[in-house]
Design a protein around this ligand. Sequence first.
Ligand code: NAD
Ligand code: UDX
Length: 464
Amino acid sequence: MTKIKNICCIGAGYVGGPTMAVIAQKCPGIKVTVVDINAERIQQWQTDDLPIYEPGLLEVVKEARGRNLFFSTDIDKGIREAEMIFMSVNTPTKTYGVGKGRAADLKFVELSARKIAEVSTTDKIVVEKSTLPVRTAQSIKAILSEQTRDVKFQVLSNPEFLAEGTAINDLHAPDRVLIGGDQTPEGLAAIDALTEIYACWVHPEKIIQTRLWSSELSKLAANAFLAQRISSINSISALCEITGADVDEVAYAIGTDTRIGPKFLKASVGFGGSCFQKDILNLVYLCEYFGLPEVAAYWEQVVVMNDYQKRRFAQNIIQELFNTVSGKKICLLGWAFKKDTNDTRESAAIYVTDHLLNDLAQVSVYDPQVPTRAMYADMNYLQTRSAAENEQLLDVHKDPYEAAKGAHAIAVITEWDEFRTYDWQRIYDNMEKPAFLFDGRNLLDHKMLREIGFRVKAIGKGEE
Ligand code: NAD
Ligand code: UDX
């Protein structure tokens, strides 16, 4: 069996960075080099001001960096020196051409595969770490086989199940590690080589070995199942609001059935993040491609329900504020798609803001980790209005009390822990009355807020 001494990871993002840092931490005998075309990102990985915010990440990086963990823009050298290469590049939804708005854009994966084919001079195991549509490995193999040297490649699928905000914990103690490969002697040997790396810290029983296609499909399916639970509870939240039921009580009552379980049943303003929507749409596209329109429609509804939930939240705000928010200041607490990350991809904040700005509200935002320029970039990307208009209507603050000053309403978008500890009396005193609070995460103590004088509206809760 090949003993791996050198690993290269293409892509130093939210997955490549933390995953490789943990492999380097747990396997000091293996040299791990993370490469990226983004020179600024690579430079940041070399400082203590890492490009991504993730609790516990800096400590892990500091332990291994310079010892057996390296960040570089020299992609060719990284590939050439490694026996095993992880592909951890982004696979966003296509924004053009065939499959636009649904299929995964695999151009970065293809470019990486071409690069590996071009520069490799020795045999390699290529590991799909990115989330990919089932049967992508076939295309990767085809590209890799198009080289003139006599280099042999094995392609494995090793999807990543970490969630942002808890990445280090998830990597240190995963529920499982999934490795798929060809069921040939060479394929099985490659599976074993990767298994041996994870076995440095993961119990062998938690390492699942499968066929290549099962592994690729399991990742899309797992995300679809998780997101489906959120859309299910969010659909019930709408019914709760008109019937007087309380969605947190309903979720608890449902979740105590062990066949269902309590996790991923927290009603919210809608799920965000770079994965769920993209991966479900990818699954929908695959089902359509393979002639399964009913299956496609079934999964697409998970995304439709999520769009509805975000829109419903914004419409509720407008309706409660006497059907007009024009010129009114509305303060958003949180911009990240969940707490403990600076990632804003597909965050509900973007869509809620877009709805509010369409009604000419003045939106002011505070988020503890998201940089101002990321918020404007998110809004400009939508192309609903010009950058100048976004700048005029959207204000970003470094202090939550300033953000809320003079506001007619506050909307909690992200479940940051610090929001609970604010001086809510002080915030109330400086707001326009009646002071509304829309809790998109059911995060705060509503009884306390009502005693202060806030008019509280929460997800899945009617008049309390
Ligand atoms: P990301 O955008 O943070 O990182 C991808 C990196 O790849 C970028 O830094 C980019 O510059 C680099 N890159 C792109 N093309 C390249 C090339 N040809 N050569 C070198 N570098 C290149 O993305 P991410 O969040 O880390 O996601 C990566 C993959 O992992 C995606 O397929 C995603 O679906 C999957 N995934 C993400 C998460 C998550 O929580 N973010 C979890 C599990 C799986
Ligand atoms: C997800 C998957 O959980 C992870 O396994 C996969 O590898 C990558 O995609 P991530 O997007 O980082 O991870 O975050 P996750 O914790 O799944 O949350 C996604 C969204 O759902 C967030 O906006 C979160 O706030 C929301 N959510 C989550 C809810 O609204 N309710 C819940 O009960 C759980």
